[in-house]
Design a protein around this ligand. Structure first.
Ligand code: EPZ
Length: 419
């Protein structure tokens, strides 16, 4: 298993280009199953999760080619309606094929996702949504087995706003008979991008970006070409990297609107943030002001930036409170940050971070994608050498992160095949 080594203490300077959004391209890839033919999806990040979804589509019968950030997917010969455990256990987002397979082929057999390091992640809302659209759903030996001769439009209301369940029900409803209304729908930009992708395929969707989606089922959809939105979590990670290293960085090929909640917190922490059309310029302050954060659904502060924000607050001039409201147990990174000398108390889903003058390099272990990003950030400022182990987590969601960091002046490299 590879590790990343970082010699900390260098302020990041220069420009970095942001890749396409992982959490937008994964449901789009699944959505290609809703139509027959050749799709072209551009600005696609070269990530392990993209390769896993491509592998799943090939198992279902699609032809998938990926080169230079461009995916070509041909769904003409799909005929196998199953997402096997071997794949789903490596990537929960595999569940996104449930809605499209059910809508297009009237049947789907999808392994139930297993446990996750960031906390309990049930899929009950996905299943309830399919049943609301008049599918029969049973669990059989760890598999979701769903059937429907023809899905029928209906009103679907979620107790909690779920990105995944909204995406799955949205994809199932576009070919259903009649009208579907999804209440308390997720407003995340990745779901709005999925909805735009479906509209381009010929779907009829109103209320995109609002908490209520209204879908009129159609009988047929067409393959399209589409550009994936920038990755707002990668954008936020590099904004924090600039601030935490005392640097100044221009973040390019992004969209400032997507990180508005982070930008306001950065400014409260004294970080200078300037926005252009598709660029963001971040300059670190002399003194980082402690700033509290509570994660919430979009457009609130994203849970996928909570760990990175915590690392920043380790260097703030005082104490800050970080409350996690989406994944209550999402604090696996705290113990690793403490190994670098951080002072963090955790009580249920609330953590209090007391700023320290410095962190000291050590060997740390990644537990999940965003935790690994926060450890990389910590390594950039820690004195001496930091070894971040198990970075296969990082490769799931960050394209070529160490070469992007080296491009900004960081002293970091990857070491293959260590523990
Ligand atoms: C998506 O996960 C993202 N993953 C996650 O990013 C992100 O953290 C999360 O949304 C929240 O923003 C992808 O897009 C592939 P949810 P998802 O359904 O869809 C509860 C990353 O780092 N819930 O919005 O799984 C759930 O337990 C990943 O890129 C139910 O109770 O998240 C959680 O508390 C990590 N029942 C809340 O809803 C359900 O059926 C939000 O989860 C579904 C969810």
């Amino acid at each position: 298993m590879d590790k990343i080594v970082i010699k900390g203490g260098k302020p990041l300077k220069g420009a970095v280009k942001i890749s396409g959004a992982k959490n937008a391209v994964l449901p789009m890839m699944a959505a290609t199953l809703l139509a027959e033919g050749r799709f072209e999806i551009r600005n696609v990040p070269d990530l392990r999760d993209v390769k896993t979804m491509a592998h799943l589509l090939r198992i279902i019968g699609a032809k998938v080619a990926f080169a230079e950030s461009r995916l070509v997917i041909d769904t003409s010969d799909c005929g196998f309606y199953e997402a096997p455990y071997e794949l789903v256990k490596t990537m929960r987002a595999s569940i996104y094929v449930l809605g499209p397979l059910l809508a297009r082929y009237g049947q789907a057999r999808v392994s139930l996702p297993g446990g996750c390091a960031i906390g309990p992640r049930p899929v009950d809302l996905h299943l309830k949504g399919m049943e609301d659209l008049k599918a029969t759903v049973v669990l059989d030996k760890g598999y979701i087995v769903a059937k429907a001769r023809k899905l029928r439009g209906s009103s679907v209301s979620f107790d909690v706003s779920s990105v995944g369940a909204t995406g799955n029900v949205l994809m199932a409803s576009v070919l259903a008979e009649g009208r579907t209304v999804i209440n308390n729908a997720a407003r995340e930009p990745e779901i709005s991008a999925l909805a735009e992708f479906l509209v381009k395929m010929g779907a009829e969707i109103e209320g995109i970006g609002s908490g209520q989606l209204r879908i009129h089922g159609v009988s047929k959809l067409e393959p399209v070409s589409f550009d994936v939105i920038p990755d707002r979590i990668e954008t936020g990670t590099f904004m924090i990297a600039a601030a935490i290293t005392g640097g100044e960085v221009e973040i390019q090929k992004t969209d400032p609107k997507l990180v508005a909640s982070l930008t306001s917190k950065m400014r409260m922490a004294n970080v200078m943030v300037e926005e252009g059309e598709s660029v963001i310029f971040c300059k670190a302050p002399e003194r980082l002001k402690p700033t509290n954060v509570t994660t919430s659904v979009y457009p609130g502060f994203p849970t996928d930036l909570q760990a990175q924000w915590m690392t920043l607050m380790c260097l703030a001039d005082g104490s800050s409170v970080i409350q996690e409201t989406i994944f209550f147990d999402r604090f696996a990174h705290v113990a690793e940050l403490r190994r670098l000398g951080a002072q963090i108390q955790v009580n249920e889903n609330v953590s209090i971070v007391t700023g320290v003058g410095k962190l000291i390099g050590a060997t740390v272990m990644s537990s999940d994608l965003r935790a690994s990003a926060c450890l990389i950030l910590a390594g950039l400022i820690a004195q001496g050498r930091t070894d971040v182990l198990r970075i296969y987590h990082l490769d799931r969601g960050y394209e070529k992160i160490e070469s992007k960091l080296v491009g900004l002046g960081a002293n970091t490299w990857r070491e293959e095949g260590s523990s």
